[in-house]
Ligand binder design. Structure first.
Ligand code: CP
Ligand code: NVA
Length: 311
């Protein structure tokens, strides 16, 4: 199994291709052990602080349950629970928490704040979503794709919707593992150009094609996986009405799915809005593997925490 001792996971750009793949393989083993009821206390006596500036169902529960299953303990620290909420600096918070816990998971608005936290922390910091990235979700997505397709290299994933944290992390994760990634976003909602460039740099080493278009059908053509996410992410609620209009032609429905490979799967990080970014028939239909995908958050984050935090 892989050791990432002394590292953080802020984006998948931080981790070597081989290590990402090994985390996925370790996760598959841990999943099997958990299903068989085999004890796997690889983090016995260790503690994880979990800081949440934004809401969460999957991230919070999967990290907390994951630590318990690994023989450790997790502390939930919501936005009203820490002195950081009333102005204690990120730097001081990092230095203090580092003296108590063995790892810090944080969900925050600002990616730069998470970088600052990591910079001042002597224990591993895991990004549980920022405005710009969601790497843990993409580890689970790639694991799920690997389980259903048997391999990743040469596959194509199409992401239809907002050029947000999910789009950014998918591009980077796919590029690293040799999965081509086509993003279709409305004009004005494309992913950040600097991150597209970074993904394209990684893709040179794996022959993956990373591209951005405004045409959902073109992106989905021949895809092995079709992915979408909410049109209005946490923090952008003010724009909701305007976004409903801008994204109207970007729904993943049966018609759009018919452009993909006939064996294509449908993925969504969840939470989903049926009737907006995805039709009910697709998310609740036979091609959808969104709940397997959600479950894999638990397994892959356990593998990640063992890699970062085990002695
Ligand atoms: N996919 C995901 O991160 O879900 P939560 O917001 O519920 O954690
Ligand atoms: N893009 C979404 C993902 C939620 C898991 C958000 O940031 O709200």
């Amino acid at each position: 199994s892989v050791s990432l001792k002394g590292k953080h996971l802020l984006t998948l750009a931080d981790i070597a291709k081989e290590d990402i793949m090994q985390i996925i393989l370790d996760a598959i083993k841990l999943k099997d052990m958990q299903k068989k009821g085999i004890t796997h206390h690889y983090l016995k006596g260790k503690t994880l602080a979990m800081i949440f500036e934004k809401l969460s169902t999957r991230t919070r529960v999967s990290f907390e349950v994951g630590m318990f299953q690994l023989g450790g303990h997790a502390l939930f620290l919501g936005k009203d629970d820490l002195q950081m909420g009333r102005g204690e600096t990120v730097e001081d918070t990092a230095k203090v928490l580092s003296r108590f816990v063995d790892g810090i998971m944080i969900r925050a608005y600002s990616h730069e704040a998470v970088e600052q936290l990591a910079h001042n922390s002597s224990v591993p910091v895991i990004n549980g979503l920022t405005d710009d990235y969601h790497p843990c979700q993409v580890l689970a997505d790639l694991m799920t794709l690997y389980e259903v397709k048997g391999n990743l290299e040469g596959k194509k994933l199409a992401y239809v919707g907002d050029g947000n944290n999910m789009a950014h992390s998918l591009m980077i994760g796919c590029a690293k593992l040799g999965v081509s990634c086509s993003i279709a976003a409305p004009k004005g909602y494309e992913p950040k150009q600097s991150i597209v460039k970074k993904a394209q740099e990684f893709a040179k080493e794996t022959d993956a094609v990373i591209e951005v278009t405004n045409d959902p059908k073109a992106a989905v053509k021949g895809a092995d996986a079709v992915y979408t996410d909410v049109w209005t992410s946490m923090g952008w609620e003010d724009e909701q009405e305007e976004r409903l209009k801008s994204f109207a032609d970007f729904q993943v429905n049966s018609e759009l799915m018919s452009e993909a490979d006939p064996k294509a799967v449908f993925l969504h990080c969840l939470p989903a809005h049926r009737g907006e970014e995805v039709s009910t028939e697709v998310i609740d239909g036979p091609q959808s593997i969104v709940f397997e995908e959600a479950e894999n958050r638990l397994h892959v984050q356990k593998a990640l925490m063992v890699a970062l935090m085990a002695d």
